[in-house]
Design a protein around this ligand. Structure first.
Ligand code: ADP
Length: 558
């Protein structure tokens, strides 16, 4: 714009300068010519007047005197065209002048004029002829520069002046251009209406202000949407990654960054190098959805990459990562549990079938029949206990039980368990003790009873004759409620401690069977503790004893 404004101003000044120079020259030329014309006419008139005042014999000397002082060419011509006198040439050698236009005009009309150019000398000559009183003719000629002559004579100073003026015009154009353009360059486009500038710009600035407001609104909406999106995705446990069509990571939420642990903002290759990840992302970028499992950092994830079809941008892709470690684990445990249950049920059933078959076939001695019937009874009872335990366990998996939570007095529960187990303890030569105040927790009473029962039952079953079982209840400094069941029994070796809460895990299978154990007791305890949000821990020293602790959260009071 600056260049165009400068060019316009400069061109305007240059054209003005040239036109002014041309017209001034023309005007000067015309004025000078008119003055010269008037001058020779006046001179002719004066000479004519003087001619009349002298006698005819003195007229030749009059012309001679005037001719010497006049700056113009003076020619006296007789009535028949013969040149009588000329102050610039020898009259005798001059031809007849009657054919000259101005002379012939003066001879007929009294006065005549004409002009003749000399192209080579760039001059023109003005002629004026007057008929004198005696019929002779006076002609005065004055030479002046022709228009081209005038132009040629003023050419070099004019060029010099033009150069200076053009330089000046250039400078003024430069200053003016800057002054004109400055308000444009200093426009505050963020606040268009606050500009103090040309009135002509007002409509533009108003439109700009409207556009600014519209784009601010759009940016605000987009930012709000982006923030909303970030907020939603950052809170997600699932990983979410969005790729552009060239595989650049456009967005990756916190979960995805933690799982894939690479760099975001660059190519998908920088985010992770795991082969299943690469396979699904590359497939989606090629336009085909794909799902695969990936093991990373000890956990299992499903990766689902889907292409996002966009006719303009090509195939972008979205990757969804779900942590399936827990479901994989529970699926594995479910399979193991089914296998264990089948096995555990099969063993007593096989015994029952065997004894029943022997009795049925009459192969058993009469005296053995009560013994076999007792074995059948024992195995059937074991089977029943097992089925009951399985049912209890499956019930503990149901979340609905939480809805039935009520305040439960734990000390009462402990004492009734000990009461129930007193005969068993007596048989085993074990003494039972309880200590602690009344403590109340929120829970499902049958499950809490089952927990305490199983712990105390184990403490008796895996004890030694003359041993002790101490059940205690107390409040911790953190206001939690601690239930401890301590025995002085056979204890558990270090390597088994971590596994005793698993379903059907027994340290010593034969001992457990002897005591009528199913291998599900501690598993029930673990699930019941989970259901009550309680922390479960076990400590044991072989041949010294075992302590199991359950830490309940304090009862909420409204
Ligand atoms: P079981 O029905 O066999 O008792 P549990 O799930 O109750 O099954 O216990 C799992 C195993 O842990 C038992 O078989 C036993 O070997 C061991 N165990 C549990 N409690 C004690 C304890 N108080 N002292 C020693 N060993 C124990």
């Amino acid at each position: 714009m600056t260049k165009r404004v400068f060019q316009s101003i400069f061109l305007c000044a240059a054209v003005t300068l040239i036109l002014t120079a041309v017209f001034t020259t023309l005007f000067q030329y015309r004025t000078a010519r008119e003055n010269l014309q008037t001058q020779i006419e006046e001179e002719a008139t004066y000479i004519s007047e003087a001619f009349d005042t002298v006698e005819s014999g003195a007229r030749a000397s009059l012309f001679d005197r005037i001719g010497k002082i006049s700056q113009n060419r003076i020619t006296w011509i007789s009535e028949n065209g013969e040149v009588l006198y000329d102050n610039r040439a020898d009259a005798d050698n001059m031809d007849n002048h009657l054919s000259r236009p101005e002379v012939s005009e003066a001879a007929s009309d009294g006065a005549g004029e004409s002009e003749r150019d000399s192209a080579t000398r760039k001059t023109e000559t003005l002629y004026y002829a007057l008929r004198l009183s005696d019929g002779s003719l006076l002609r005065i000629a004055a030479e002046s520069a022709s228009l081209w002559g005038v132009l040629a004579s003023t050419y070099s100073p004019l060029l010099l002046i033009a150069a200076v003026v053009l330089l000046l015009a250039g400078f003024i154009a430069f200053v003016l251009t800057r002054a004109i353009v400055r308000p444009f360059n200093t426009l505050d486009l963020k606040h268009p209406l606050e500009n103090k500038t040309y009135d002509e710009l007002s409509p533009l600035l108003r439109r700009l202000d409207k556009q600014n407001q519209e784009s601010h609104e759009q940016v605000r909406l987009l930012t709000a949407r982006q923030e909303e999106f970030d907020l939603i995705t950052s809170g997600m446990q699932e990983g979410l990654v969005i790729f552009s069509k060239d595989g650049t990571v456009l967005s990756a939420n916190a979960a995805a960054r933690a799982i894939l642990s690479g760099e975001t903002g660059g190519s998908y290759l920088q985010l992770c190098r795991e082969k299943h990840y690469l396979s699904v992302v590359e497939s989606a970028l090629a336009g085909k959805a794909k799902t695969k499992k990936m093991k990373q950092g000890g956990r299992v994830y499903t990766l689902t990459a889907t292409p996002v079809q966009n006719s303009l941008a090509g195939n972008a892709a979205v990757l969804f990562i779900v942590d399936i470690t827990d479901s994989e684990l529970s699926e594995k445990m479910r399979r193991e549990f089914s296998a264990n249950v089948s096995h555990e049920l099969k063993t007593p059933l096989t015994s029952i079938l065997g004894y029943a078959e022997i009795i049925g076939n009459g192969l058993a001695e009469e005296s053995d029949i009560p013994k076999f019937a007792d074995r059948i009874h024992k195995e059937a009872a074991r089977l029943l206990t097992l089925i009951e335990d399985i049912i209890k366990l499956s019930q503990l998996d149901e979340d609905e039980l939480r809805a039935e939570f009520v305040p439960v007095k734990l000390s009462e529960l402990c004492q009734s368990v000990l009461q129930e187990l007193s005969q068993k303890a007596e048989k085993a030569g074990v003494t039972l003790h309880f200590s602690g105040d009344e403590q109340t927790v929120s829970g499902f009473e049958p499950s809490l009873y089952e927990m305490i029962y199983n712990l105390c039952d184990n403490a008796i079953a895996y004890n030694k004759p003359g041993g002790r079982v101490n059940v205690s209840l107390e409040k911790t400094p953190e206001n939690k409620i601690r239930l401890s069941v301590r025995d002085t029994g056979i204890g558990i070796a270090e390597e088994h401690l971590g596994r005793v809460f698993e379903r059907f895990y027994r340290v010593d299978k034969s001992h457990s069977k002897e005591t009528g154990g199913t291998g599900l007791g501690l598993s029930i305890v673990k699930h019941a503790a989970l259901m009550h949000d309680a922390e479960l821990s076990i400590e044991s020293t072989p041949q010294v004893g075992t302590t199991v602790q359950i830490l309940f959260k304090p009862l909420k009071t409204n």
